[in-house]
Design a protein around this ligand. Structure first.
Ligand code: NAD
Ligand code: UDP
Ligand code: UDP
Length: 312
């Protein structure tokens, strides 16, 4: 069994990964500064003998003895990563440097949670790993997009220069239970609005597309990637190729919740990508992985979660 560090472990994805790795019998060190994460996401693990919570900001160095690192620390919702964009960039860049320095010192394997945002507003559709992207370097999303691109660069350079064992996964829009109520991303926004009977806020005309992956599928993909041989470094896309417009998502959420909410239209934020869909041929081939949970099933689970949270 391994000692595994998860940075951002109290967040949405990180907490599900903690559950998975604890269930597999590993020692899990969950590091988080609780900016967008919450102890509520890991409360059920706090007394567990193989689980440890470390409140720490990853822009500062940390010295631990571990076998593997999943580097997830970084706000992921546009609302939160734009709240303090300088801090977002520091988290991606200095967080990568510190976790890579740590991986180098203790010879740990490190997996970077990169993102489909490295493709920006893509001219190639669906997006394959060999596409370099169309990213605005000076816009309101740049702190996140360029921060994540710099982190990929650091991963590759620590690998080439210092022989660090790295894995890069590019995660496409993922949703599920434990997204924060105020997360601001589209799936949680629409569900919370529908359950509260508030207007459902579609930005722009809702014709932009995303491809939504359920959290359990994503966690499976990440752990499979970590288990690959050392020469398999990625980047590898992880996401659900089933594409939908934002307006269709709004309608589906209204149907599934039985809500009386109206769908209203709000201005489209700057640089909002028009389309996004992962090509997952590489993940299929390398990991024997593909998502299993259809959107409607995943939405039902997520709606049930938010119903419980809102009734407490
Ligand atoms: P999240 O906001 O729920 O999780 C991020 C976690 O990182 C939070 O717990 C937050 O408190 C923590 N964190 C932020 N800054 C930190 C810092 N400086 N030091 C320590 N901890 C810090 O978001 P998520 O959806 O769980 O995303 C997790 C990771 O996956 C992120 O790196 C994100 O960029 C990446 N990702 C997620 C998606 C998605 O659709 N969910 C898509 C692409 C990439
Ligand atoms: N670092 C860390 N934990 C470790 C080893 C390194 O946080 O166990 C940090 C260290 O503070 C440094 C960064 O990781 O700033 C990069 O480490 P590296 O060894 O690459 O750089 P150097 O120490 O030579 O600047
Ligand atoms: N969006 C929306 N209403 C909301 C939140 C988001 O229409 O309340 C749109 C947003 O403009 C984008 C898509 O939904 O086109 C996905 O947004 P999200 O913030 O979830 O993630 P992104 O993929 O843009 O980083």
């Amino acid at each position: 069994m391994k000692r595994i560090l998860i940075t951002g472990g109290a967040g949405f994805l990180g907490s599900h990964l903690c559950d998975r790795l604890i269930a597999e019998g590993h020692d899990v060190l969950c590091l988080d500064n609780l900016f967008t994460g919450s102890k509520n996401n890991i409360r059920h693990l706090l007394g567990h003998r193989r689980f440890e919570f470390i409140r720490h900001d990853i822009i500062n160095p940390i010295y631990l003895e571990i076998d593997e690192i999943y580097n997830l620390a970084c706000p992921a919702s546009p609302v939160h990563y734009q709240y303090n964009p300088i801090k977002t960039m520091k988290t991606s860049v200095m967080g990568a440097i510190n976790t890579l320095g740590l991986a180098k010192r203790v010879k740990a394997k490190i997996l970077q949670a990169s993102t489909s945002e490295v493709y920006g507003d893509p001219e190639v559709h669906p997006q394959r790993e060999d596409y370099w992207g169309k990213v605005n370097p000076i816009g309101i999303r740049s702190c996140y997009d360029e921060g994540k691109r710099a982190a990929e660069c650091l991963m590759m350079d620590y690998h080439r220069q210092n022989g660090v064992r790295i894995k890069i996964v590019r995660i496409f829009n993922t949703y599920g239970p434990r997204m924060a109520l105020d997360d601001g991303r589209v799936v949680s926004n629409f569900i919370v609005q529908a359950l509260r009977g508030e207007d459902i806020t579609v930005y722009g005309d809702g014709s932009q597309t995303r491809s939504f992956c359920y959290v359990d599928d994503l966690v499976e993909g990440m752990t499979r990637m970590m288990a690959t041989p050392d020469e398999c470094i990625g980047p590898v896309n992880l996401g659900n190729p089933s594409e939908t417009t934002v307006l269709d998502l709004a309608r589906t959420v209204v149907d599934l919740t039985g809500s009386t909410s109206r769908i209203v239209f709000r201005p489209l934020p700057n640089d909002d990508p028009v389309q996004r869909q992962p090509d997952i041929s590489l993940a299929r081939r390398l990991l024997g992985w593909e998502p299993r949970v259809p959107l409607v099933e995943g939405l039902k689970e997520t709606i049930a979660y938010f119903r419980r949270v809102l009734s407490n």
